[in-house]
Design a protein around this ligand. Sequence first.
Ligand code: HEM
Length: 330
Amino acid sequence: MAVAAHTRAVSLLVVALSVLGLATGGLAQLKSGFYTGKCGGNDVETIVQGLVKARVARDIPIVAQLLRLQFHECTVNGCDGGLLIDGPGTEKTASPNLSVKGYDLIAAIKTELEKRCPGVVSCSDIEILATRDAVALAGGQRYAVRTGRRDRRRSSATDVRLPGAEDTATQTTSYFGGLGFDQLETVVLLGAHTVGVTHCSKIKKTRLYSYGGKAGATDPNLHLDDAQVYKQYVCPNTATSDNNILYLDVQSSVAKLDNSYYKRLQGRHGVLSVDQNLYANGTSTKWHVDRLANTNDFYWLFPKALVKLSEIKVLTGTQGEVRRVCNKFN
Ligand code: HEM
C-alpha cells in the first residue's frame, strides 16, 4: 500500500513538473545568457552579432529573410531547427518554404561557433539570436532573448501548415490565435512585411487579373495607382512575370523596420491580400492597424511579439540534440 501510494505521489509530481515544463525540458529552462561561460572564453551572442552585422553590411535583404525564417521555423512544431534540415520530405521542401532564404548565414554562424566550442550552441538558438541582431540593425528595437533551445530530431514537410497569402483577417487571427497570439500581437507580427519582397505570382491571379475568379477583374481593395503600375510595369500578364519581385512595403526601404506598413494599409497599398485584409471594413484588426499606424507602439510591441514567437514549443534540457551542423541530424 505504502509503495503504491509513494509511486502515485511520484507520478503526480512528474506530471506536475511536466505541466510546468520542469521535468525533462520545456520553456522553464530557457534563460538569459544560457551560453555565458559555456564557450571557452568566447561570448556566443557577441560572435553571432558580429557575423550578422558583417552580413547585413553587404546584404540588406538578409534582414527580411531572417525574419521570415524565424516565422516559418517557429510556427511549425516550434523553434526547433526543423526548417534547417536538408533532404527529401523535410520541412524545407514544403512549398511555402521553397522561397525561404538565409540558411547559409545560419550555417556560417554555426561553423564559426563549432570552431570555438563544439557541440554547445544549438541551431535553433542561432536562428533566434541572428534574427534579433538583424532586427536591431534594421532600425528595430534591440531586445533580449532567452536561450537554451535544443534541436529537434524531426523535420517533415507534412507538418508544415502555414497561412496563405490570400487569407482573410479572420483566418489570420485564428491561425495565430491557435499559437497563443491575441489579435493585436497578430497584427504586430504581420508588420514584419514592412521589409522584404514578394513575387508577382502571389498577386497576379488573385489581385490583378482575375479577382474573385472573374477573368479581367482587379481587386478593388488594391489602390488603383498600384494596380496600374503593377499591371503595366512589374507584373504584366505574361507567364514570364511570375518571378518578378515587388517590395512588400515600397515606402520603407528594403530593410527598415518601421510602422510604414500600417500606413500603407490605411491607403490600400498593401501588396498581399493577407496584408490588406487586416484593414478590411468590419474587421477587428482594422482598429489595431490604425493604432499601429498612428502611434509608435510598433517599436516596442514588435520585439515582444518576436520573443513570444521565439519561445513556441521549444525543446530544452535533455530533449532533442545540439546539432553539429544545422542541415543534418547528428
Ligand atoms: C498570415 C501570415 C503570413 C502570411 C500569409 C505571409 C505570407 C508571405 C508571403 C506570401 C511572402 C512572399 C513570399 C514570396 O513571394 O516568395 C512573405 C514574405 C515575407 N514574410 Fe510573411 N506572411 C505571414 C506572416 C509573416 C510573419 C509573422 C513574419 C515575421 C514575423 C513574416 C515575415 C516575412 C518577411 C520578412 C517576408 C519577406 C521575405 C524576403 O524578402 O525574403 N511574415 N510572407
